[in-house]
Write a protein that binds this ligand. Sequence first.
Ligand code: AMP
Ligand code: ZN
Length: 493
Amino acid sequence: MSVQPTLSGGDRTTKTEIRFHDTMSGQTEPFVPLVPGEVHSYTCGPTVYDFAHIGNFRTFVFQDVLRRYLKSRGFRVIQVMNLTDVDDRIIQKSAAAGVSIREYTDKYIQAYMDDRRALNLEPPEYIARATEHIDDMVELIQRLTAKGFTYTSEGSTYYRIANFPAYGKLSKIDVAGMQTGTRVDMDRYDKDNARDFALWKAHKPGEHFWETPIGPGRPGWHIECAAMALKYLGDTLDIHSGGVDLTFPHHENEIAESEAATGKKFVRYWLHAEHLLIDHEKMSKSLGNFATLRELFSHGHKPSAIRFLLASVPYRRQLNFTPESLQGAASSVERLRNFVSRIRAEKFPEGSSPAIVERAAKAKDEFDRGMADDLNTAQALAAIFDLVRDANTAMDRGEFRKGDAAPVLEVMEMFDAIFAVLRDDDAEKLSALGISPNRHSLSDAEVDAIVAERQAARKRRDFAASDRIRDQLAERGIILEDSRDGGVRWKRK
Ligand code: AMP
Ligand code: ZN
């Protein structure tokens, strides 16, 4: 395995070379940004016509893990995320609601930003609203027209795919074999060829439009991302990411637009997240099988558990979403939080034990190795849980010493810089969203399981953990009564 010096300055350790799977090459390749130490990254954001569902957040969490990992490796990350605040659905829905598209989308943008905060998604450096970049899109269309890549029909401007021979290189679709009638674009305007797509859509009576040098109308979806990516990140980006469904036609069309205009390679690494499934089907608005974050929150699920679940399955693996997996994620987060509070609260004998210090160094190395391998979060997590198990055992045996706390906590900090679940602020986050944690949402079996966990903590004299669990249960309306013989009974408030 090749190594490269760490970019984070100070320490002299060597770190594993970062490798990402690039959809264009179909290979997992060493990640080397164009400008050393700096990553220019574009994230396809949501179409803000409704609340985002947790399938969408699977992709957004992946993009956050990607960003946080690169930062933890010392890169300066410049990330742009767009908000698609004009499209067919937005126009229809805002008209049906009798409000402007601005007013309609403001509400969902606010909700999306609040949801992002609840999931600890770091804000990208630029959040770009499509409707605030109409001039940039018009300019890009004019550049394409000047180079002979467009034609107009009934007031709309189309991209002529026949003039861009590389079309299809990302998604590997057989352009010649694409059938007429394939759904390339939502709107049915006259096109020379079914494969061509609209850059600019002519104004239709009653619809919102912009008066521009290329006529009255509104932009197509693909031109939006190309124009904003070029504006903020330059002609060549290091990373462009989204869910797999964006590979075709969206990203294929972005390549056609930007590369035809600049004559340069648009993106060096294309990263696509596999879908979140529910009952083995893609979660989507159109199938009606979706859950929003708020629905899950109001059923008593914690933001940290949802983030953990979404982050724990490596992004190129499909994630089958089940209530059990969410429950499992919640107890994993509990386990990790309890571990950290145990280290902070317990009194250990002076000194340090070389075995534990070494054990922590190994976990750190394995964690980074997992992450460097195309963000293999499952492998990285295994390293953390192995450390937690071994350190807990050492504590139970009285082999853990004062000096071991710092190196172990350092590993936990490294983990949390990316997973961001250790802070016990779920209740705060829910109340920021105006959701009161559903007090009676725990089933008897769930309460029994949590109480058993607390009994185990008491047995090993981990009183910090046992008190925490008692408080958490109290927060959810469960009162514990400890009996003298060490037993416990619980009741609902
Ligand atoms: P949209 O709001 O439809 O433009 O989608 C926003 C992001 O969510 C895009 O990157 C999509 O690829 C992604 N996405 C949509 N559905 C899913 C799903 N079920 N699982 C993972 N990502 C998804
Ligand atoms: Zn996009």
